[in-house]
Design a protein around this ligand. Sequence first.
Ligand SMILES: C[C@](O)(CO)[C@H](O)COP(=O)(O)OP(=O)(O)OC[C@H]1O[C@@H](n2ccc(N)nc2=O)[C@H](O)[C@@H]1O
Ligand SMILES: Nc1ncnc2c1ncn2[C@@H]1O[C@H](COP(=O)(O)OP(=O)(O)OP(=O)(O)O)[C@@H](O)[C@H]1O
Length: 301
Amino acid sequence: MSVTVRVPAKVNVQLAVGGARPDGFHDLANVFLAVGLYDEVTATPADRLRVTCSGPDAHQVPLDRSNLAARAALALAERHGVTPGVHLHIAKDIPVAGGMAGGSADAAGALVACDALWGTGASRAELLDICAELGSDVPFGLVGGAALGVGRGEQLTPLDVGGTFHWVFALADGGLSTPAVYREFDRQWEGLDVPAPQASPALIEALRAGDPRALAGVLGNDLEPAALALFPALEQTLAAGTDGGALAALVSGSGPTTAFLAEDAASAESVAEALLKSDTCRAVRVAPAPAPGATVIAPAV
Ligand SMILES: C[C@](O)(CO)[C@H](O)COP(=O)(O)OP(=O)(O)OC[C@H]1O[C@@H](n2ccc(N)nc2=O)[C@H](O)[C@@H]1O
Ligand SMILES: Nc1ncnc2c1ncn2[C@@H]1O[C@H](COP(=O)(O)OP(=O)(O)OP(=O)(O)O)[C@@H](O)[C@H]1O
C-alpha cells in the first residue's frame, strides 16, 4: 500500500526583489511558472520515518530529518496527532541546489502523499499553510501552473497561461546556496534604495496570451547579477543559449541552472543541441510549461 505524487520544478519568469526585511527575508513579486521536470514522492507505511532517494543527483540529497520531504511529513503528523511512520522515497529528476525548487517540490509532494496515506483529510488551505511554514517556494509546488507570489513568495495568486511555452535548462557543474545569493544581492545594493518589487503587467499579459516572443521581452530576475557574481561562468552558458537561437536567457531563481525560452518545440531541441555542443554546462533538459502542481499518480490500494 503506497501513494505516489508527482511534483514539478519551477522557473521564475519574473523575480522582483525588494530590500531585506527585519526577519532576514526579502519582499518579492515572484512570478512562478511550473515546468515539466518532475520528482516523484512515494509514501509507504513503515515503523518509523525513513527517507530514500534515487536519481543522478541522489547523493546530494540529505536523508535525515533535514530533508524537506521528511519535515513536511512530520509537520502534518504533528498537526493531526498521527505517528509519522512512513517511508518516503524520492525519485529525483529535478536538479539539486539548482534554483528550480526541487526540495520544495518534494515537501509539497510528501504532504499530499502522507495526507492521502494517513487519511488526515487536510483542507487545501491547511496544506498551503504547512507549505508556507516549510519554505517560501513550497506552496507553489502544491499549486503548479503559474502564480504570482508576494510577501516572501508564499502568498500566491494563480495566473492564467494561454499556451505552451518551450524551455531549455542548462544544468551547471555545482550548486548555489539560496541564502548566499540573497546575501550577495544585499551586498550589491548596500547603501542604495531598493525599489519596492512590482509584478509586470506586460509579463502577466504575455503569459495569458501564451506568446513566447512577448514573454521573452519582459523576463527578469533581480537575483541574476548576484548569481553571476558568485558563478561567473554562467555568462558563457547564457551567451551559448542565445547564440543557439533562444528568444531569451536568464538565471533560474537563485541559480546556477540557466533557463532559455524557445519559440517552439523544434527550436527548443536546437537550442538544447547548441548548449550541449558549447561545453558550457554539465547537462541540458527540455521541458514544456505550464505543468500541474502536486498530483497523485498512484493511489493507495
Ligand atoms: C530564489 C527563490 O527560489 C525564488 O522563487 C526563492 O525566493 C527561495 O525560496 P526558498 O528556497 O523556499 O527559500 P526559504 O527556504 O524560504 O529561505 C531560504 C533563505 O533564502 C532567503 N530568502 C528566501 C525567500 C525570500 N523571499 N527572501 C529571502 O531572503 C533567506 O536568506 C532564507 O533564509
Ligand atoms: N528533498 C530534497 N531535495 C533536494 N535537496 C534537499 C531536499 N531536502 C533538503 N535539501 C537540501 O536543500 C538544499 C537545496 O536544495 P534544492 O534542490 O531545493 O535547491 P534549489 O532548487 O536551489 O531551491 P530553491 O529554488 O527553492 O531556492 C540541498 O543542497 C540539500 O542540502
